[in-house]
Design a protein around this ligand. Sequence first.
Ligand SMILES: *Cc1c(COP(=O)(O)O)cnc(C)c1O
Length: 466
Amino acid sequence: MGEEKSRLLSQIPAVHLLAERLAQARPGLPTVFYSRAARRLAQELRAEILAGKKVHLDEEEVWARAQALLTEEARPHLRPVINATGVVVHTNLGRSPLAPEALEEILAVARGYSNLEYRLAQGERGSRYEHVRGLLRDLTGAEEALVVNNNAAAVLITLNTLAAGKEVIVSRGELVEIGGSFRMPEVMAWAGCRLKEVGTTNRTHLKDFEEAIGEETALLMKVHKSNYAILGFTKEVSGAELVALGKKYGIPVVEDLGSGCLVDFSRYGLRKEPTVQEIVRTGVDVITFSGDKLLGGPQAGIIVGSRELVERIRKNPLNRALRIDKMTLAGLEATLRLYLEEKIAVEKIPTLRFILTPAFQVKKAAQKLTRALRKAALPGFAFEVVPTVCRTGGGALPLADLPSFAVAVTAADFSPEELHQALRTGEPPVVGRIEGDRYLLEVRTLFPEEYPLIVQAFKRLSHGRS
Ligand SMILES: *Cc1c(COP(=O)(O)O)cnc(C)c1O
């Protein structure tokens, strides 16, 4: 090791002294935060020195870094971010932001005790599923409804209840993998069912299903091709055709809708996505979908369908392990209540509002944000409104483009990647996106209250570099 490196290493402040000084400067925090921040700083400095980086060991700079690390240690790990990616249902960013009505209900129920499993009128034990059962039946037209932890759980428990030890017939074109680790063949295995694949990737005919039906067949299944589409020479069997086939052989039909929406997007000029109500009307026996995708509510799995089958699913002992919690129920009930008037739902539920905002309105919003950023007169930064295309995400409307507008940022001192990184690691974090050689702030997924926070973030960047 060079003499210079040894000299620098010996100048790294002692961890315990630094921790003490932090405790004096910002008292009142759990003591581990001070020592963790001090230790992290010492480790970082050491690594930088050994890597031959130019390290500033002047007192002021070291102290500023120590305080920044303490701030980082002291704040929650899970925290809000500003979604400027333009992907409305962004699984990595927490999917659906909730409507204020849902937030209020969650707070009210979580703050104290509730009638989660208690019938107030009778003074006797009730069921947690009663709180949303009626709403779901009214909104979807289904006979019966049940909610569980998420849609993966809904599919798992449905398959396990109705087909454990038996065969489930699915088209090869629908054996999907959905982000992370939800793969239909694996879910089948976990549910204890045998998957019987029929047809080919691009074409499956009704006769493929019919020929596969045998003694062991317990279910016919349809899976929404959430995150991809097969184009060109294709043929898929519709839910209605499967229902007719199922009736003929006395075999129930299950459909995993994935996103599942209650409003008809084609009425708002978007691509048609079948609504849950429409699928219920085709006669599919059990339908599963997510609470936090197009529905715009909290994470949940919703199961609707025939009284007899849903009741069997509810009684499956697995349900105890997959059950929905009270905060989720409170948020889900409030979200579903908004759907009782579609006009209210599309206005109040952020996911719906973001998807349905017309391009000209997004453009106006982008102009507003651009004006605010320019007004801050940040040296070295330039802002410009540009047309873009957004996606709904979350495995919904996979091919539907949402014409949109973004604020393109160019900076004298930052490459697009540097800008991306700096904004992501600020507080609050701003997550935009890079397209080609431009950094973009997509405006479709922003709440207007976030504009001043974005301006602040750029001000900090601007000061940081000057
Ligand atoms: C998203 C999705 C799932 C998983 O739903 P989660 O709510 O994320 O558990 C299952 N099936 C399909 C078709 C999906 O799109």
